[in-house]
Structure formats: C-alpha cells, structure tokens
Design a protein around this ligand. Sequence first.
Ligand SMILES: *Cc1c(COP(=O)(O)O)cnc(C)c1O
Length: 356
Amino acid sequence: MKKHNFSAGPCILPQEVFEQAAQAVLDFNGMGLSILEISHRDKAFVAVMEEARALALELLGLTGKGYQALFLQGGASMEFLRIPYNLMKTDGKASYLDTGTWASGAIKEAKAFGETIVVASSKPENYNHIPKDFVIPSDADYFHCTSNNTIFGTQMKSFPETSVPMVCDMSSDIFSRTLDFSKFDLIYAGAQKNMGPAGVTLIVVKESLLGNTNRAIPNIMNYQQHIDKESMYNTPPVFAVYTSLLTMQWLKNLGGITAIEKQNEAKAKLLYDEIDRNPLFIGTTVKEDRSNMNATFLLADGNHKEVFDSMWKAAGVSGINGHRSVGGYRASMYNALPIESVQVLVDVMKELETKI
Ligand SMILES: *Cc1c(COP(=O)(O)O)cnc(C)c1O
C-alpha cells in the first residue's frame, strides 16, 4: 500500500514525477541511454538545465527581471556560506532574523565573514512565533530571513519593507504560495522539501547584486562564476536537476503557484481546524504564524501516545514524528501531498476521541 507521506524532507513528490524519473533512469528521451550515463554536456541534458533554469524563474514570475537561476550542490547549508562570501563586503555587515534552527545555522556561518547583526530572535520561546518588530540597519549589506521554519512549524506571512537587499531561505515553502518574489534579491531552496530529490539547491539571484564585495571568492563559491558557466561550472547533479524539472513541469501544468496555493491552504485549514477543535491535541506555535507546510502539534496527554501512534500507523500514515527539538508531531503538507492524505490523518485524530 502506498503510504500517506508527511515526511519533512526528503519528502513526497508527485507520483507521476516518480514514474517519469524512473523511466529516465532506464531510457532517457528514447536515446537508448540512461540519464545517469550520458554526459552533462550532451545536448539532451543541456536542454534539461536550460529549461529548469527558465521554468524556475517563470514559476516565480521573475523572467526578464534581471534574475538568474542556478542549480548547485551542497544543499541549502552550503548557501549559508556562499551568501556572505558573495554579498558581505570585506568591512561590511550583515543582518539576520533568527526564527529557527536553520536561520541560526545561517547566522553562524555569516559570523565567520564579518559583523553579523541578529535583528530579532524567537529562540527564548523555542521559536514558536515570528518576531514582528525589528529594525534592519540601513547600512547592512543584506538582510537574511527564513520564509518557513521547517522544524518549528512557523511561516513568515509578510516580509519587511527595506532598502537593504533581501535574502531568503525558502527551502521548505518554495513554489507553495504566491508572493511578490521581486521583493527578494536572492532566494534559495534545497530541493528536497518541495521541488525534487536531495542533492541540488535552487538559487535565484538578482545579477546586479553580485561583484560588490572586494572579496576574493573561490570559483566554486562564486555565484557569478556559476552564472557565467550556465550552472555547469562543474558536473551538476543531473538526476536531481532532471527530477526537479519534472516537478516544476507538473506544477506548471496544474496552474502554477496560484493553483497549488489554494490546495495548500485547504490542506492546512483541514488539519489546523482539527488541532484546534480536538481537545486531545495542542498546536505548538502561535496561530498567526502557523506554517501551511509543516504543522507541529502535541498530544494534550502524553499517555495517549501509544494508542495514537498505532492508530495512524495502521491507517498508512508515515513521517509525522516531531523533530527532537519540539517533540510531539509534525505533519508536513508539501505541494505533492493530496488533501485525501490529510483527511486520513484528521479522521484518525477524530477516532482517537472515541477510543479513550
Ligand atoms: C532542510 C532545510 C535546510 C537545510 O537543507 P540542506 O539541503 O540539508 O542543507 C535549510 N533551511 C531550511 C529552511 C530547511 O528546511
């Protein structure tokens, strides 16, 4: 039986993408060769990379607006480092909003490059909300935020107005909701939360932002180098790029971000309504900052854990154990998760009431 997969990442992708990707491993484009055995310089793969880069910009509404899309290796964690390398002046400063484990990971890396100001942090409340009142220094080289906090289940619903370039880690909500993406100067996202398999990161950067730091940047760390080489400076992770392209094509055929956003809102509402209605469960974050991607919740009485766990497992639900830093449960409802899966989980939560 195919499971209802609520895994936080790597995570569910559309079934048709799994099938197309599997086919390409056996025979890519009818070439009589696997996608895993052709040169990345083969025109068939160059076309994949070109389409992936163009489609990422198209889905975000950023075509022709001075942005470049790159598909690079190293995960989102590598960008924690590449960003200050490319954007922080040698005597400059950076500003960061600390909303969770990933944000603080990015802050740690920036500190190795220069003055790093944390404009606000929700750490004292175990990151259960998004800080709202903070001031971004106007002389900062950039401001960095995390749009969705995968571990804690919070999501930024609005972004500050600032004259400072805005950088955003969108790893866990890329392509999930409509935003004015042109407000951001650099967006990055590890593929494995909403876009594809692990092994590739999408970086969307306004090209005019680059080349202003006086810093010597090693080629592999240098965004401009990767742009000049059309994201083929070294061998790209061909399978991860191809599968990400298939997911983006799936999303485009569905009607793009506006269409998926409606589904994502309906899924999140279904689950949060049950968390709020059912006295056996408690949400862990403040309501206004709840993530539509990752819902975190606890059992009101931990003694019900054994019964509840056996019930959702029997219903075919997978991947809802909470992250160790929050405990309880985390249901991740990425783009490819059907609402029917959320309904299965909600039905189990309702059924628990009748069992105890
Ligand atoms: C998962 C995640 C990361 C880390 O991604 P890696 O690809 O494992 O480096 C960074 N930021 C956010 C928001 C994430 O969800």
